[in-house]
Design a protein around this ligand. Structure first.
Ligand code: SF4
Ligand code: SF4
Length: 422
């Protein structure tokens, strides 16, 4: 008889889920070209009188639910937007106060804050350090790359303000990571971007985000694309900047994404391994060791992170905030019911269940799992729908790092993931 092991905490089955909360919705103080969130102001219900800021009584109800409905030693709150610092520091003081009010003594509460850094000042940074927030700071590289797309509302680049935030974060010893968008420009200059983040920003954690957006991303939810428009992987239409391209001009091309990662990896493996934290490389080591990939985008399951708007509407994922993917509202349904609902589970399992044949027979399926479903808007080489736009890049990268990963894992004293588990 097979025994199913259920993780326990305090004598009961452990229960954990994660919500990316957006108490200020899509409101932002700058206007980045490729922001996938600003357009939510039109798509969702803000125009119909919904407050763009979650009121304090609703914030309290959320914090209480989020803590009381989980059974786990650590509860992680994630605050995102839009730009969450526009809520003001007093709003965050209230968040911390409410968390202390409802947290059991044996549960650790952690906070992540995603920001463009514009409003960070001494007082903010003192607060973030004191309460041990992990800050995710968006910075796209040296001035000319950052300012190409990260502009304020009058069209001026925000590089200098972000660099000021970097200095403050270091000065006050705030725990932070950098998030760098790899787009049509940054992808062509991998070493310049990497060296800048390593040597000038001195980023404690480097995270790269591939920008891959169909032109219809503002109004059309993933998987609802017009099938007649879907191009083949590697075709001209599946490249940014070409005639009839299905992606925005600022998207990274699939090939460039692979070249970018390989170039950065080649410098990292020679000079920086063990010294510089690059999220994709660290996650790959874990995967080659046979562990579960810590990144949802490269793991086998979706659905572990919900997204919540300021009116309490909850969606399957931050990248699926479209009416079709709403799973409820916290004022009508408990969060845990939504997180564990059949709809959310079906969304989670679909990531593996809907892999194309090309993915299923891929040597690197174990490390990629067809990547994020929001990027599955091309046809495979055989013409099957639902293949990942970034496939060529990912394949190139995984093939390139495979021998190094095997060496690293062996040198660390672990067994490399067996071939049959790949
Ligand atoms: S849709 Fe993409 S971002 Fe969302 S959980 Fe799945 S892999 Fe992660
Ligand atoms: S590399 Fe390409 S074929 Fe392989 S799993 Fe990823 S998306 Fe699928």
């Amino acid at each position: 008889m097979q025994t199913i092991k259920v993780n326990q905490y305090q004598g009961k089955a452990s229960k954990r889920f994660h919500v990316m909360s957006k108490p200020i919705g899509a409101a932002c103080n700058i206007d980045c070209t490729y922001c996938y969130y600003l357009s939510k102001q039109d798509l969702l219900e803000y125009k119909q009188g919904c407050s763009p800021k979650m009121p304090f009584d609703e914030l309290e109800a959320y914090i209480k639910q989020y803590i009381q409905q989980q059974n786990t030693p650590e509860i992680i709150f994630t605050w995102q937007g839009g730009e969450p610092t526009m809520l003001g520091l007093d709003y965050f003081r209230e968040i911390v106060r409410l968390q202390a009010k409802y947290a059991p003594t044996d549960v650790t509460i952690s906070n992540d804050l995603q920001t463009n850094g514009i409003l960070l000042n001494d007082t903010w940074c003192q607060f973030l350090a004191k309460h041990n927030f992990l800050v995710g700071l968006s910075i796209d590289g040296p001035e000319m790359y950052h300012n190409a797309y990260r502009k304020n509302r009058s069209g001026k680049g925000t590089f200098r303000q972000v660099m000021r935030a970097v200095e403050l974060l270091h000065h006050y010893k705030v725990n932070f990571a950098t998030l760098t968008c790899i787009n049509n420009l940054t992808s062509k200059n991998p070493l310049e971007i990497y060296r800048f983040l390593r040597d000038v920003v001195r980023s404690p954690q480097i995270q790269f985000i591939p920008i891959a957006e169909p032109k219809t991303f503002r109004e059309t939810a993933p998987q609802n694309w017009d099938q007649h428009e879907i191009p083949f992987l590697g075709s001209e239409q599946a490249k940014p900047g070409t005639r009839n391209s299905v992606v925005t001009s600022w998207s990274v091309s699939s090939e460039d994404w692979g070249t970018f990662l390989c170039s950065v990896f080649d410098e990292w493996i020679v000079q920086d391994i063990g010294k510089v934290y690059v999220q994709y490389f660290e996650a790959s080591v874990e995967t080659w060791m046979g562990r579960t990939n810590p990144l949802c985008t490269l793991g086998s399951l979706c659905g572990k992170g919900l997204a919540m708007e300021p009116n309490g509407d909850v969606f399957t994922c931050d990248h699926y905030v479209y009416p079709e993917y709403k799973i409820g509202n916290i004022h009508e349904k408990p969060l845990d019911q939504m997180a564990l609902s059949p709809k959310q589970q079906a969304f989670g399992f679909a990531k593996s269940k809907t892999l194309t044949k090309q993915c299923q027979s891929c040597d690197y399926k174990f490390a990629c799992f067809g990547e994020c479903p929001k990027n599955r808007f091309v046809r495979s080489y055989e013409g099957e729908l639902g293949h990942n736009y970034l496939c060529q890049g990912w394949h190139k990268f995984f093939k390139h790092i495979d021998p190094y990963m095997c060496q690293i894992v062996t040198a660390m004293g672990y067994q490399v993931r067996a071939k049959q588990q790949r």
